[in-house]
Design a protein around this ligand. Structure first.
Ligand code: EMZ
Length: 387
């Protein structure tokens, strides 16, 4: 198997029953595997809600033991969720602005030039992690050297070696956020911490606890997901240098290519909801009080919607993927993530002739009895620049 191949572990269960039953903390979780069902469930936030459970509980596996703070707005339901969403939307749409893009361009080009000048490079920690952290300073509007602290946290802010949830790590992030909140309340600047502390929701100031919840999501949600997407994109082009050439000649396809790569890799396998009434999905009984998982990764390989779902087709015509979620909770960071990936692909196509893969260790997730490759723990490559 090529390094850039990401098998779909859900295929047979998806076609046979459409739902995969697993257990998390002794509770029943039904993973919704078909795209159509998943969209219906994601849309129906009253039956499948995000706000009833304890903080961390709708994440599968549960993060209840490692954090107490409610991630906002993802662990909430309307109307509250909509109020927070409306407040955050304009900040998270800044990546569409020219001056934002110019800054991001600079950050990305600097890291990429440094990478291209090395004989060999370990992509996850020396490239993707740095890039995600430095790009985040643009999104949060903080000084660039904040990224040095975030880089120390590693690929996943809550997970340590071997991928296990780690309360000490989660505590480090929370402590950092709380310190920044205190600082920003004493000496406000123009970063997101300060802006949030001065924002109103529903005619009242945001509490520090709410700012904490927004920042916890900002640091956690766009972390391993972006790092894996960047690494996997590079590895895809290592295995397919001809497509990098094609993109250099046809840069108008960069946007579509990024969508297709995100569909194929789907960095976030699933996200849960709490079931508020007895119901059925795809003829499977789903009990009140249990959990469902919205299986983004499975839905993005659904052959009823995507022709040749296991192939990467960079100019795929119709691509209604759900890699950034679907419905009211769709990813707030998607605009920023898309800009990063487009810029990375553009730079690669313009500057790189080929990429040689040396060694790698895959990052494999366990879901019930299934295993899913989501990226790499390590992968060393050599970039061969264009002459
Ligand atoms: C949660 C999730 C994404 C969770 C959009 O939410 O990403 C996971 O990596 C985090 O661990 O806390 O943020």
């Amino acid at each position: 198997m090529k390094a850039s191949e990401f098998p779909d572990p859900f295929r047979s269960t998806r076609t046979q029953s459409g739902v995969y039953r697993i257990e998390d903390r002794g509770e029943e979780v039904n993973l919704i595997l078909k795209l159509r069902d998943l969209r219906k469930c994601a849309h129906n936030w009253k039956t499948f809600n995000s706000g009833d459970a304890a903080p961390g509980r709708i994440v599968i596996p549960s993060e209840e033991d490692i954090r107490d703070v409610r991630q906002i707005p993802v662990e909430m339901d309307p109307p509250e969720q909509a109020d927070f969403r409306a407040l955050l939307e304009s900040w998270f749409k800044r990546p569409l602005e020219d001056n934002y893009q110019a800054k991001l361009d600079e950050v990305i080009k600097e890291i990429m030039n440094e990478a291209f000048s090395k004989d060999e490079l370990e992509v996850v920690s020396e490239f993707s992690l740095k890039l995600q952290s430095r790009a985040l300073t643009v999104l949060l509007n903080t000084p660039m050297d904040e990224a040095d602290t975030w880089i120390e946290w590693g690929t996943h802010v809550f997970r340590g070696e071997g991928g296990a949830l780690n309360s000490e790590k989660a505590g480090t992030v929370d402590e950092y956020i709380l310190n920044r909140i205190e600082e920003a309340s004493k000496n406000p600047s123009e970063d997101l911490f300060s802006v949030l502390l001065q924002s109103d929701v529903n005619g009242r100031r945001l509490t520090k606890e709410e700012v904490h919840g927004i920042m916890n999501l900002t640091f956690a949600g766009g972390r391993d997901t972006v790092i894996n997407a960047v690494t996997n994109t590079i590895i895809y082009f290592a295995d397919h240098p001809e497509r990098l050439n094609w993109l250099r000649e046809n840069p108008e396809f960069i946007g579509k290519s990024v969508e297709e790569l995100i569909r194929y890799f789907t960095p976030l396998t699933h996200l849960g909801r709490t079931v508020s009434e007895d119901t059925f999905v795809c003829e499977n009984a789903i009990k009140k009080g249990s959990k469902i998982g919205l299986g983004w990764a499975s839905a993005n390989r659904d052959g009823n919607t995507f022709e040749n779902p296991d192939e990467v087709i960079l100019d795929r015509k119709v691509n209604p993927h759900v890699a950034f979620g679907f419905g009211i909770h769709n990813c707030l960071g998607a605009t920023h993530a898309r800009q990063i990936l487009r810029k990375v692909v553009k730079e690669l196509s313009e500057k790189v002739d080929s990429i040689e893969i040396k060694d790698y260790i895959e990052n494999i997730e366990t879901i019930g009895d299934l295993k899913r490759k989501v990226g790499f723990d390590e992968i060393t490559v050599r970039f061969n620049p264009r002459k």
